[in-house]
Design a protein around this ligand. Structure first.
Ligand code: NAP
Length: 355
């Protein structure tokens, strides 16, 4: 048994946090121990907590395993971990992997489908949870990996995958007949990455953002126009698809009022405002649906290659759009969580924590 730590938040009050010590159990046959090394925090991690119950995000890392009661939740994070113990052939000590990690010093996984590209955690409690979250990708042989861009992968990889699939679905459907695509929370990484992918592919791109984030969002140059939320009346009344990353009910209502039946599509993608509002949208974007379609169209390797190519192009520009703010240790994770939850992290800042 080795001593480790866990950060958790009260499920009913996400700003109430705790840091506890726990003992890492001895490995059983078929298990591997990961040491969580470096993770990122963006609004997306807060969404996992807001939807922790309804979308089962709390179930990935059960608090009971960390000696915590069910009133606590472990918000999932993305980042790198290192194999520090393994009873599984092909998963070797020293291997570095990218994946879905708990806010804790360590994670015990049960690797299955082990190959050169990594493995999947086949732990029983994860079997029924969405499979894209259960893969751990080895840095060796990963076409998207570059050691000098680890922080970009930490911050953007799952977001960019969503953006890539969202943009692909929109283009695949001829923009649903829209000549304008309007994004809320246009300053968010997921939104601007989608805009980068959609640029020059048919529709005009309009970003909506908070007054304080206008200058940043305009400076990116990936939108044709950027307006504050109270500027919706200035939108051209043309066929429009709304890509909602904010979940703000007032923004949806203002768009409906202004555009009427010219609002041809209303797609919920995120909820930076932390108000679940997807039921009010016309549909909810779910990346695995388009992913399945493209696996059939392009094959698994074809999709992987297209994603890696798009990622390379994006990483070259996004490196200029984010200033990594690096913290160290569990205390820095707690501070980053509280800042991101409160929405006080400027869009240019990328919160990364090293343990
Ligand atoms: N459907 C999916 O599969 C999927 C996948 C990835 C991400 N998403 C969602 O996309 C959204 C953006 O995620 P991200 O990680 O890209 O975000 P991010 O880069 O951390 O975005 C930060 C931006 O979100 C807005 N914001 C942040 N905190 C806020 C708060 N407390 N109150 C109001 N606004 C706040 C602000 O934008 P503005 O001032 O511009 O509003 C802020 O600049 C999240 O809701 C995430 O869950 C969905």
């Amino acid at each position: 048994m080795a001593a480790s730590w866990t950060f958790a938040v009260a499920r009913a009050e996400l700003s109430r946090t705790t840091l506890v010590e726990w003992a890492v159990p001895e490995l059983s046959d078929g298990e591997t121990l990961l040491r969580v090394d470096r993770v990122g925090l963006t609004a997306n991690n807060v969404t996992y907590a807001v939807l922790g119950e309804s979308m089962r995000y709390w179930e990935f890392f059960p608090p009971g395993r960390h000696g915590l009661g069910g009133q606590w939740g472990l918000p999932p994070l993305w980042g790198f971990a290192e194999v520090v113990g393994s009873t599984v052939a092909g998963v070797e000590v020293g291997q570095r992997v990218y994946g879905y990690l708990p806010p804790a010093g360590h994670l015990v996984v049960r690797p299955s489908r082990v190959d050169a590209s990594g493995f999947r955690d086949a732990s029983v409690h994860r079997a029924e949870l969405p499979s894209p979250y259960n893969g751990y990708r080895s840095t060796v042989g990963d076409p998207a990996y570059r050691a000098d861009q680890e922080d970009l992968l930490i911050l953007f990889r799952p977001l960019f995958f969503t953006s890539f699939m969202l943009a692909d679905q929109i283009v695949d459907n001829d923009c649903y007949g829209a000549t304008s695509l309007v994004f809320s929370s246009a300053s968010s990484k997921t939104a601007y990455a989608a805009a980068v992918e959609l640029r020059g592919r048919g529709a005009r791109l309009v970003g909506l953002t908070s007054p304080g984030n206008l200058a940043f969002t305009r400076s990116l140059g990936c939108y044709d126009e950027v307006l504050p939320y109270d500027g919706i009346a200035a939108l051209d009344p043309v066929p429009t698809a709304y890509l909602d990353l904010s979940g703000a009910p007032a923004t949806r209502a203002a768009l409906r009022r202004h555009l009427g039946d010219r609002l041809v599509r209303d797609i919920a993608v995120g909820l930076t405002n932390q108000i679940p509002n997807a039921d009010a949208a016309g549909e909810v974007f779910f990346a695995p649906v388009q992913m399945r379609k493209r696996r059939l169209d392009w094959g698994r390797d074809g999709l992987d290659q297209r994603f890696a190519d798009a990622w390379r192009r994006f990483a070259d520009v996004a490196g200029e759009w984010v200033d990594v703010q690096l913290g160290t240790g569990p205390g820095a994770l707690e501070r980053a969580w509280l800042d991101v939850l409160a929405g006080v992290t400027p869009p240019r800042a990328g919160r990364v924590v090293q343990f």
